[in-house]
Design a binder for this molecule. Sequence first.
Ligand SMILES: Nc1ncnc2c1ncn2[C@@H]1O[C@H](COP(=O)(O)O)[C@@H](OP(=O)(O)O)[C@H]1O
Ligand SMILES: [Mg+2]
Ligand SMILES: [Mg+2]
Ligand SMILES: [Mg+2]
Length: 353
Amino acid sequence: MSYQQELNIALLAVQRASLLTKRVFHSHTKGPLSKSDASPVTIGDFGAQALIISALQHAFASDEIVAEEEAKDLRENEGLRTTVWDLVKEVRLRDDAAEEQIGGGVKNADIMMDIIDKGNSKGGAHGRIWALDPIDGTKGFLRGGQYAVCLALMVDGDVKVGVLGCPNLPVDDSAPLDSKVGENATDAEGMGVLFAAVQGQGATSRPLTEGALAQPKKIAMKSVSDISAATFCESVEAGHSSHSDQSQIAQKLGITKPSVRMDSQAKYGSIARGAGDVYLRLPVRKDYQEKIWDHAAGDLIVREAGGEVTDAEGNRLDFSKGRTLAANKGVVAAPEAVHKEVLDAVKSVLRNK
Ligand SMILES: Nc1ncnc2c1ncn2[C@@H]1O[C@H](COP(=O)(O)O)[C@@H](OP(=O)(O)O)[C@H]1O
Ligand SMILES: [Mg+2]
Ligand SMILES: [Mg+2]
Ligand SMILES: [Mg+2]
């Protein structure tokens, strides 16, 4: 299957949701709330989830969706509901034909909440299931850093299509990468990129526009002959991955450059286009299970760009286990040619802990 229709709808849906998140990014009222696990959620997360699920329901009515957020807070808080609805009802692609392909807007606030709650699939190994993270890197979004709108289609537990909207990354695939990249940069000249991949068809990037899709360009990971010269990426949040283990691994590989810290799956996009080389995400807590929506799109984009993505033991990420990556611990993403060398260093550091 070529998945061209799925890719097209996913790109348009992510592009429209990114318009919404960009509005919120600039406003003074992001409305952060604390969820039961103490992590933040904003009006941007709710709004983007509503717009994307609405597009998917229009185009693929019988597909299931595993999405991060739920409408409970909106049902309990009228003020919050109204704020989110005011955003959702206004945001449209600036191209009628493109907007029509994703079904136009959502009809009213009650329907919006029902749509948000359609993201409650249990996931699993059977059928067509989308994995959606309306804002990945919410902490980065609140801090004025990187974030990504992430959508992937899994068929029988295997990721077939992946799209990442990164409003604060430069369009230029070869722009130098550092931890300050794109800080508070939404809407600056040359900013905003959409990454995409279809299984077996390679990976692309294109500028994030406000209307019809821009032309895609093929992307590929950089070939790394000397691992000690590699640039490695990791989370900003030390609570999401172990900075100390990662720094020991870098040391073991002879890497002297400081890591590039950025929030969200922008890390997967950045290494896929060769702006960085290696992405490490080693667990801080033994009991944490990674969520499928934090990895599905990025995993495919990196692998289609010539990379290998495994957990800390060298197993491929298994998206068929439900809403979490229950069978995996940690993530090691690197160009195919050096992945084994990186993985050996990971194993050796973790073994000696
Ligand atoms: N203890 C933990 N270990 C690993 N990831 C965690 C975590 N707690 C939260 N996360 C996830 O880390 C994601 C952000 O990753 P990063 O650090 O690469 O920006 C969050 O996504 P959201 O921001 O969508 O909630 C959240 O799902
Ligand atoms: Mg979250
Ligand atoms: Mg996330
Ligand atoms: Mg999120």
